[in-house]
Design a protein around this ligand. Structure first.
Ligand SMILES: Nc1ncnc2c1ncn2[C@@H]1O[C@H](COP(=O)(O)OP(=O)(O)OP(=O)(O)O)[C@@H](O)[C@H]1O
Ligand SMILES: [Mg+2]
Length: 299
C-alpha cells in the first residue's frame, strides 16, 4: 500500500525573494515562432520552450482557528490552462482557491504560512496590496450573484471601481463576448440582470470578473447550480477563456473536470495527494487514494 501524503511536518520554508518590481507586467510573451527551420547551433533537439508557471504555491498551510485546513500544499499552475481542484467535501478545495487571491484573510481568526507567487510575485509579501491581488486574480462563485442592477452596470462595475479611463461600452461588450453572453443580451443591456436565467447570470458574473481585466480566474463550482444546458455553455466559455486567462476551477463533477481541465489536482484532508495532466490522473492515477476517489470507491 502506498502512502499518498507527505508525512513529515517540515516547518514552513522561508519566504521566497520578491521580484524587484511588479509594476506593469509586460504583455504576455508569446512563444516566438521560428521562421526558418534551422535550429540554432546550440539548441538541443528535445528542448521545449520553458514556460514559467503562472502560480507557484509552496508549502502552503492554512488554519481556521485551530483547524489545520491546508497542510503543506505545493503545486504549480501553468498559464493558459484550466487546472481543476477535486476531492471530497471538506478537503480544502475552496480554502485553497480563496488563498490564491487573499480572500481567506477576510475571515477572522485565520493563519496562513507558506508562499504563493503570481508571475513570480509573492502575493502575501508585506508590500503587496491585497486589492491589487484580487484585481489580478478574479473569482467567480458557486451561486451566480449579480447585483440588482442592469446587465450593463453589473459588467461596468469593476471598471468603475478601478477608475477605468478607457471606453466602458467597449469593455462591457468585450467582457460579455468573452463570457459568451453578448449575443443573448446585447438588446437588453439596460434591463435588470435579475431577469436573466441562472446560466446567463453565471456568465454575467464571469463577464463582470473579466471586466476587471484579471490574469487568473478562480471558479468555485461555477456550474453546480445550473442545469445541463447552462452547464455546457459555462464549460464552453471556460474552454474559450483559457486562451487569454489562467483558470483554476473547483468541481465536484469528475466528468466536468475531465471535459474542461488540462491538469487536475486531487486533495484529501488538506493535503495534495496527486497533481497530473487530467487524462493521466483519471486513467492512470499514481496513487491508490486517487484511484479510489476517481473510480467512486469513496468520497
Ligand atoms: N469560513 C470558515 N470558517 C471556519 N472553517 C472553515 C471555513 N470554511 C471552511 N472551513 C473548514 O475548512 C475545511 C475545508 O473546507 P473547504 O470549504 O475548503 O472544503 P471544500 O473542499 O471546498 O468542501 P466542499 O466540497 O464541501 O465545498 C473544513 O474543515 C471546513 O469546515
Ligand atoms: Mg468548497
Amino acid at each position: 500500500m502506498s502512502t499518498n501524503e507527505p508525512t513529515d511536518d517540515a516547518p514552513p520554508s522561508p519566504p521566497a525573494p520578491s521580484p524587484a518590481s511588479a509594476d506593469e507586467a509586460t504583455p504576455d510573451a508569446r512563444p516566438q515562432s521560428t521562421r526558418d527551420d534551422t535550429p540554432p547551433a546550440d539548441a538541443s533537439p528535445s528542448a521545449e520552450p520553458s514556460v514559467e508557471p503562472k502560480l507557484n504555491i509552496d508549502d502552503l498551510h492554512f488554519w481556521y482557528s485551530d483547524n489545520h485546513a491546508l497542510q503543506g500544499i505545493t503545486m504549480d499552475v501553468q498559464p493558459n490552462k484550466v487546472t481543476a481542484l477535486i476531492g471530497p467535501s471538506g478537503c480544502g478545495k475552496s480554502t485553497l482557491l480563496r488563498c490564491l487571491n487573499r480572500m481567506n484573510e477576510l475571515i477572522q481568526g485565520t493563519t496562513l504560512e507558506g508562499t504563493i507567487l503570481v508571475d513570480g510575485q509573492d502575493i502575501y509579501a508585506e508590500d503587496t496590496d491585497p486589492v491589487m491581488v484580487r484585481r489580478r486574480v478574479g473569482m467567480v462563485f458557486q451561486k451566480p450573484n449579480p447585483f440588482p442592477k442592469t446587465i450593463y452596470k453589473n459588467v461596468a462595475w469593476g471598471a468603475e471601481i478601478n477608475g477605468y479611463t478607457g471606453d466602458v461600452d467597449a469593455l462591457v461588450e468585450r467582457s460579455l463576448r468573452q463570457a459568451a453572453l453578448w449575443d443573448e443580451v446585447k438588446d437588453q443591456l439596460h434591463t435588470s440582470a435579475l431577469n436573466l436565467s441562472g446560466g446567463q447570470q453565471q456568465r454575467l458574473c464571469i463577464a463582470r470578473t473579466l471586466a476587471v481585466q484579471p490574469d487568473v480566474v478562480l471558479m468555485d463550482e461555477p456550474a453546480s447550480a445550473l442545469d445541463p444546458i447552462a452547464t455546457s455553455k459555462v464549460e464552453e466559455t471556460i474552454t474559450e477563456l483559457k486562451k487569454d486567462y489562467t483558470i483554476v476551477i473547483v468541481t465536484h463533477n469528475m466528468q466536468q473536470a475531465s471535459r474542461i481541465s488540462d491538469e487536475t489536482a486531487f486533495l484529501y484532508m488538506g493535503r495534495l495527494v496527486e497533481m497530473n495532466p487530467t487524462d493521466e490522473l483519471f486513467t492512470r492515477p499514481e496513487k491508490d487514494r486517487t484511484e479510489a476517489y476517481v473510480t467512486g470507491r469513496f468520497g
